[in-house]
Design a binder for this molecule. Structure first.
Ligand SMILES: CC(C)(COP(=O)(O)OP(=O)(O)OC[C@H]1O[C@@H](n2cnc3c(N)ncnc32)[C@H](O)[C@@H]1OP(=O)(O)O)[C@@H](O)C(=O)NCCC(=O)NCCS
Length: 269
């Protein structure tokens, strides 16, 4: 297994295509910038497998893009790649969002299921008014970072610092002393993914969603612990597309799921 560079993005995307995943150019580029992209060569100039590991200090690592080419599956490669990146990261905890393909593998490795996440997709009419939230400013970033660390349970500086450029929209709700929440939306091909949304309560979170959601094709990855977001999605005509499992390994992550309304991306928590 070796670390891949951004010049190998095309090979990653060919492997993703082999497993029916989209090119997700913007997301891969962000993952290359905030995490470590590992690959296994197939001996013929292509990749047999990839895994992305994004460590947040020594506390938590987020794992994503676990892909094994069809022609190499069920030979133990997925399990070996996972163990390798988890050893390299050496964090107290590991988190990921598992597809039905991946879940049995992670369960056998000792990952625990923390909850389910349903992806809602559809066409949004966009935001009709933007009065309760404000575009994020440089001066808000320290408070955004502090809130993110408190709610996520680890210091995701590299991700938070990258959000103003990664997201098409990034807005905050300011209160007397700091911020009551922040939220964004970013483009993934034809779709815009709404997230992250981190807020002190559901009302603030729904205000942020209302004001960051664009017009057009949208996607929200909703943790079932947030029925108010499922209700929002259904009221706005979005429909469930697929369900994944939120999993953790190692020490329990010191997060607060009640204030973590939408992930940055399933790949990053
Ligand atoms: C999920 C995925 C990465 C697994 O990769 P893999 O290399 O096939 O994984 P492994 O070989 O380590 O394990 C898969 C299965 O093969 C079995 N296996 C491992 N070595 C084996 C061998 N030598 N002979 C037969 N079976 C074997 C494992 O026990 C496991 O069985 P299970 O699924 O019944 O639990 C791959 O299927 C994939 O890319 N899927 C599409 C993308 C995806 O959904 N990724 C997961 C994102 S969370």
């Amino acid at each position: 297994m070796r670390l891949l560079g951004i010049d190998e993005l095309g090979a990653c995307q060919r492997l993703a295509k082999d497993r029916g995943w989209g090119p997700e150019d913007h997301k891969w580029r962000f993952l290359f910038s905030v995490g470590h992209v590992y690959g296994v060569d197939d001996g013929n100039g292509e990749l047999a497998g990839t895994v992305v590991c994004t460590p947040y200090g020594k506390d938590v690592a987020a794992i994503s893009m676990v892909l094994v080419a069809k022609r190499f599956e069920r030979r133990g490669l997925g399990g070996r790649m996972m163990r390798h990146v988890m050893d390299e990261a050496g964090t107290a905890s590991t988190c990921l969002t598992a597809t039905d393909y991946g879940r049995p593998l992670y369960e056998r490795m000792g990952f625990r299921s923390m909850g389910l996440c349903t992806t809602y997709t559809g066409v949004s009419e966009g935001s009709s008014h933007r009065s309760a939230t404000k575009p994020v400013e440089e001066a808000d970033m320290a408070a955004v970072h502090a809130l993110d660390t408190e709610v996520f349970g680890a210091d995701r500086s590299q991700v938070v610092d990258g959000l103003p450029t990664f997201c098409e929209t990034l807005r905050v709700v300011r209160d007397g002393t700091g911020i009551a929440g922040y939220g964004g939306a970013w483009r993934n091909g034809a779709q815009v993914i709404v997230g992250p949304i981190i807020a002190q309560d559901a009302e603030t979170a729904l205000t942020l969603v209302d004001e960051v959601v664009p017009e057009g094709l949208v996607r929200l990855d909703i943790d079932h612990r947030h029925p108010e977001l499922i209700d929002w999605a259904e009221r706005h005509g979005l429909r469930p597309a697929f369900t994944t499992t939120i999993m953790e390994f190692g020490a329990p992550v010191a997060n607060d799921p009640s204030r973590l309304f939408l992930p940055v991306a399933q790949a990053l928590g």
